[in-house]
Design a protein around this ligand. Structure first.
Ligand code: SF4
Length: 60
C-alpha cells in the first residue's frame, strides 16, 4: 500500500471516529492528556486500528 493510501486511511478513521470523540474529551478533562492518549492507543479499537495502519508507514 502506498504511503498516501495509508495516510488517507488514518485520516478517514480520525475524521469519522476521533473528531469530537466524547470519551477522549471526558478523559482529557478529568484525567489529563496522557491518560486520554493511553486510552486511545491501548483500549480503543479505533486507536488500535490507527496504530496498526501507522505501523505500515513506519515499516517502510
Ligand atoms: S482512538 Fe478511540 S477513544 Fe481515542 S479519540 Fe479515537 S475513537 Fe475516541
Amino acid at each position: 500500500m502506498k504511503n498516501s493510501q495509508i495516510i488517507n486511511e488514518i485520516d478517514f478513521l480520525l475524521n469519522t471516529y476521533c473528531d469530537g470523540c466524547f470519551v477522549k474529551t471526558v478523559l482529557r478533562k478529568e484525567k489529563g492528556k496522557t491518560v486520554a492518549h493511553d486510552f486511545c492507543i491501548h483500549s480503543c479499537t479505533v486507536g488500535e486500528e490507527i496504530r496498526q495502519i501507522g505501523d505500515k508507514l513506519n515499516s517502510k
